[in-house]
Structures are given as structure tokens and as C-alpha cells.
Design a protein around this ligand. Structure first.
Ligand code: HEC
Length: 250
């Protein structure tokens, strides 16, 4: 009786101790470092790629079109080059063209809003930007999937490879690794861009998404300085006031 219980406890202990390790091992993914930059030319190129290729399905619904003035664009340029949704104005939020209900019917899942994706996807393997940078470069052909595409770091993803005409087509060969299957991707059909050019374009896009996740970063920093300055002035005034109040007491 006693030995049975001890054995059970041992089993339980093993599960508690090793299960997290196993879970980590199966999720271990290699992420490539995203060359994120705040260079305005890069952010503008990224914005263009985003509105042309992603906004059909995904929004940046915390960002208004005219926030892009902060990356060096005029309202006229924004209106002419970056607004493709009928009826949308420069002051509007960047919400997608697709209806959420349709998207769910077509892809089985709703394309998530991407405003915070570069923050939400950060993990012990890398930043959220690294995750998105790797994700957009790791689609491969998979005839088993309804879209015809699969993704190395997002298995059985519901999103088709929308940038395939630029990247071309990758196919995967599977080998047995220590922790299960290991995929090896190779470019079997080149796209319009070379590998280096495609990586650059994705870096532009990811830099833009990082900016979109925090478009008021600069404003917040200057507001912080203003608040500190205000408190310093307040300190001086209250100190003078204190001297004045106490001058007759002693
Ligand atoms: C045809 C519609 C469609 C287009 C266009 C599209 N996506 Fe997606 N995307 C989806 C769907 C659907 C999902 C959800 C996939 C899932 O959960 O299986 C998704 C998921 C994602 C995710 C993962 C989000 C997360 O954290 O789970 C990222 C990142 C992403 N898309 C980026 C992009 C970018 C960048 C573009 C433009 C280059 C783009 N998508 C264009 C449909 C689309």
C-alpha cells in the first residue's frame, strides 16, 4: 500500500518536474534576428507593403492613417498612396477591408489585428519583431492544407503566403531530429525578389509594425520630460512657500 503510494508520488513528481521541459523542447523554434530600424524611408516602404498586401485582412485598429505623418508623410501622400479602402479618410482608424465574419468563414480563423503583434509575440526565443520577421519568411508549399501553404514556425497556419510572388515558393524536406521532425526549407521556385531583397522588404514591413505598435513613443518621451520639469518648478515654489509660512514661527 505504502510503496504503491510512494511510486505514484514519484510518477507525479516526474511529470511536474519534466513536463515543462518537454513542452519547451517541442515548442523550441529558431527565430532570426529582425533588423528593425526607425529610419523614415524604411518605415515608409514598410507602410506601403502593409497597405498593399496585408490590409485586405488585417487592421492596425489603434492607428489612424494620419499618424503616418510622424514617419515623414504628408496627408496628401497618405491619401494618394496609402488609402485603398473605399470611403476611408486620413483621420480614420486603419481597419481592414474584410468583414470579420467573412474572414472567419474563409480562413477558419479571424485574421488578428496586428497593432500589437510585435509585442504580443515576444518570448524567450526572441522579440515579437523577430517572430514576425521569421514567420513571413518561413512559409512553404503544403498540398495538405486548404490554402496550399504551411509555415515552419506557425504549423497549420490559416493565413496563405500572401507575399509568395515576391519570395517565390519554398518546399520542405522533413528529417528526424532529436525532438521530432525537423524541417529544411529550400527555395524551389524563385519569386520577383532575390532572397536578400525579400529579407530587406520584410525588415521594412516589420519595422513599420514595430512603429505601429507604439506610434506615440516620441510624444511620450517628451511628455515625460515636461512632467519632470513641471515637478521641479513645483518643488521650488512649494519650498519658497514653506519658508514664507514658517518665517514668523521661530
Ligand atoms: C487573405 C487574408 C490575409 C492577408 C492578406 C494577410 N493575412 Fe496575416 N493572417 C491571416 C489569418 C487568417 C491569420 C490567422 C492565422 C491562424 O491563426 O491560423 C493571420 C495571421 C497573421 C499573423 C500571426 C498573428 C498571431 O500573432 O497569431 C501575422 C504576424 C500576420 N498574419 C501578418 C500578416 C502580414 C504582415 C500580412 C501582409 C504581408 C498579412 N498577414 C496578410 C490572413 C491574412
Amino acid at each position: 500500500m505504502m510503496t504503491k503510494m510512494i511510486q505514484r508520488l514519484k510518477g507525479l513528481l516526474a511529470v511536474v518536474l519534466f513536463a515543462p521541459g518537454l513542452a519547451l523542447a517541442s515548442e523550441a523554434v529558431h527565430l532570426d534576428k529582425a533588423p528593425v530600424s526607425t529610419d523614415q524611408a524604411r518605415l515608409q516602404r514598410g507602410a506601403k507593403i502593409f497597405v498593399n498586401n496585408c490590409m485586405g485582412c488585417h487592421g492596425l485598429s489603434f492607428v489612424r492613417y494620419n499618424h503616418m505623418e510622424q514617419i515623414g508623410l504628408t496627408p496628401e501622400e497618405i491619401e494618394k498612396n496609402l488609402i485603398f479602402i473605399a470611403g476611408a479618410k486620413v483621420g480614420d482608424l486603419m481597419i481592414p477591408a474584410i468583414q470579420a465574419a467573412d474572414a472567419k468563414r474563409w480562413f477558419g480563423v479571424r485574421p488578428p489585428d496586428l497593432t500589437l503583434v510585435t509585442r504580443a509575440r515576444s518570448s524567450e526565443f526572441g522579440s515579437g519583431a523577430d517572430w514576425v520577421y521569421t514567420y513571413l519568411r518561413k512559409f512553404y508549399r503544403d498540398p495538405e492544407r486548404p490554402t496550399g501553404w504551411n509555415n515552419e514556425i506557425f504549423p497549420n497556419v490559416g493565413m496563405p503566403h500572401v507575399l509568395y510572388e515576391f519570395q517565390g515558393e519554398q518546399t520542405a524536406t522533413v528529417t528526424q531530429g532529436e525532438h521530432g521532425d525537423v524541417l529544411q526549407l529550400s527555395l524551389t521556385k524563385p519569386g520577383k525578389l532575390s532572397v536578400e531583397q525579400y529579407d530587406e522588404a520584410v525588415a521594412d514591413l516589420v519595422s513599420f509594425l514595430v512603429w505601429a505598435g507604439d506610434p506615440s513613443a516620441n510624444f511620450r518621451k517628451s511628455l515625460g520630460l515636461f512632467v519632470l520639469g513641471f515637478l521641479a518648478v513645483l518643488l521650488v515654489i512649494t519650498y519658497l512657500l514653506k519658508l514664507n509660512y514658517w518665517k514668523d514661527v521661530h
